[in-house]
Write a protein that binds this ligand. Structure first.
Ligand SMILES: Cc1cc2nc3c(=O)[nH]c(=O)nc-3n(C[C@H](O)[C@H](O)[C@H](O)COP(=O)(O)OP(=O)(O)OC[C@H]3O[C@@H](n4cnc5c(N)ncnc54)[C@H](O)[C@@H]3O)c2cc1C
Length: 496
């Protein structure tokens, strides 16, 4: 049994490591002979992403990253409000800022030590067919090569058209007109090191916005919205880029570490499962990075795909389980597209109505704290809730109330990721990742499953007589009050 993972960006790397950790041999393919460490790209790594990487042995990423806990929002020259990120009782911080380049480096080190991962660099995928098994055609310096596997996870990113076309897919949606200039600078900015700052319409970028994130090593990511005819090369040679930076940091010394100009998109494939191929990460969905939903949602795709493929390959579940990969992760992609589109409508209004709404909200937020929740500078990445998934057994006593308010988590229940709590045997999420787990309240029998006793109440809000069935990605599949219901809930959670 083998899975071929196409593309060794952070999503492909994580998928390969997760499969190997679950005992599945992997061939990991990438077109580049070596990694190009240029540029930071995704910098905001969310708590549950850090949790997955920690389980894989990359706990150092949470430690190396810069923890920020306060998000400040300004309008023109005045601060509107400051939000503190909730702590959620986890040992991991809500977010750290750490460059994608560093993440990739650490994951590469883990991959090099993992005997179940066969890395094939310098292999450009040129075609893929599925005549029973998956057959991948590659171009290499030594001539064409063919790789066969039982399944594939396609993680070839935004430019992975070859793979998308081969499975009859494309990224459909919209691209935004305005551009964004991104500069990573190194500078000493006292007081800015643990805060994210968002400026609407600052005097030094009138009519547009600027986002500033602190990063490790006294670096700062500055992100300006710029007109669509913006010319970075002309700004650099004419000194305008220096004036732009000095308008923010004043007369301090600084060094530009990386700069780039981007256009953002909201684009999705129609199906994230195409036969034996699961599409993941940017290969399946692109969203604007406000809210950090790109890489973080790609890691959730990888986790979802890996436990399901491992279960199918080990004969613990039928192929039907793979349909739930599309059901769950496409719903998450649609949610991310909706959330980031709302943010872009606020940041870059497309018509007079949206412009008037934004002006009215920003004016009201200056005098009325109740308006702060309407100021949309990005709803930060959060775990998706699989309450409507075919794998989830609903509990009428715990109905899912829909998307929670910004910054809040839904109460634990069916379809929700377990809170990160520690019990006598260790971290509950780590125990769950070893395979389906039953959490039993005192006096409830284990029904032949691996089980851990949990108290009534506690972080889960468990009630007397309940058993909680938890999936290998630490999501709650069912909350049951009758042991006879455990078998059917388990069959449902494995796609049966
Ligand atoms: C400026 C910027 C800031 C961002 N900030 C954030 C953020 O703060 N938080 C966040 O969550 N996300 C952020 N993102 C998004 C994030 O960078 C992407 O979501 C992430 O890189 C996606 O990872 P991936 O592994 O899916 O794809 P990629 O990183 O694009 O990797 C794809 C891999 O596939 C390989 N490949 C492609 N085609 C082929 C082929 N034919 N054959 C073989 N190999 C192939 C490529 O070489 C590459 O290694 C940001 C993006 C940008 C541009």
């Amino acid at each position: 049994m083998t899975v071929v993972v196409l593309g060794s960006g952070p999503v492909g790397q994580t998928a390969a490591l997760l499969l190997a950790r679950r005992g599945v041999p992997v061939v990991l393919v990438d077109e580049h002979e070596r990694r190009d460490p240029v540029g930071s790209r995704a910098i905001c790594q969310q708590r549950d992403t850090l949790d997955v990487w920690a389980w894989l042995g990359a706990g150092c990423l949470a430690e190396e990253g810069l923890t920020w806990t306060t998000a400040r929002t300004f309008h023109r020259d005045r601060e509107l409000f400051a939000l503190r990120l909730p702590d959620a009782g986890s040992a991991l911080p809500p977010f750290v800022n750490l460059s994608q380049a560093r993440v990739e480096e650490v994951l590469d080190e883990l991959i090099a030590r993992q005997p179940l991962i066969d890395v094939r660099r310098g292999h450009r995928v040129t075609g893929l067919t599925q005549p029973g098994r998956v057959v991948v055609e590659c171009d290499t310096a030594a001539g064409p090569r063919r790789i066969e596997a039982d399944y594939a996870i396609a993680c070839t990113g935004a430019h992975g058209d070859v793979v998308r076309r081969a499975v009859g897919e494309q990224l459909a949606g919209v691209s935004f007109a305005d551009l964004f200039l991104i500069c990573d600078i190194r500078a000493d900015l006292p007081g800015w090191a643990a805060e994210r700052r968002f400026f609407f319409d600052p005097p030094w970028n009138p009519g547009r916005q600027v986002l500033i994130h602190p990063c490790p090593g006294a670096q700062f990511r500055i992100d300006w919205q710029v007109p669509d005819d913006y010319d970075l090369a002309a700004e650099e040679t004419g000194g305008a880029l220096d004036r732009r930076i000095r308008a923010i940091i004043g007369d301090r010394p600084y060094e530009v570490v990386w700069r780039s100009v981007y256009r953002f998109h909201t684009r999705l494939v129609r199906r994230m499962r195409a036969g034996r191929v699961l599409l993941a990460g940017d290969c399946a969905h692109l969203v604007a990075p406000f809210g950090a939903r790109g890489l973080n949602s790609g890691i959730a795709d990888a986790e979802n795909a890996a436990w399901k493929l491992a279960s199918v390959l080990r004969g613990e579940a039928g192929e039907g389980l793979l349909d739930s990969y599309h059901a769950e992760r496409y719903a998450a992609a649609v949610e991310n597209a909706e959330v980031t589109t709302a943010t872009m409508d606020f940041l870059v209004p497309r018509d007079d109505k949206q412009r008037r709404h934004r002006a009215e909200v920003l004016a009201r937020a200056a005098r009325d704290p109740a308006a702060h929740a309407e100021v949309d500078s990005g709803r930060l990445a959060e775990p998706f809730w699989y309450a409507g998934s075919p794998l989830t057994t609903p509990d009428p006593a715990r109905p899912f109330a829909g998307r929670p308010p910004r910054g809040a988590l839904p109460p634990p229940g069916p379809g929700i990721l377990l809170p990160d709590v520690t019990v006598a045997g260790g971290r509950l999420r780590d125990l769950a990742r070893a395979g389906f787990l039953l959490l039993t309240t005192p006096g409830v029998p284990a029904a032949g499953l691996r089980s851990v006793e949990i108290p009534v109440g506690g972080a889960l809000g468990a009630r007397p007589g309940e058993a909680w069935l938890v999936r290998p990605d630490a999501y709650v599949a069912a909350v049951l009050r009758d042991t006879a219901a455990i078998g059917p809930a388990l069959r449902r959670a494995t796609g049966g």
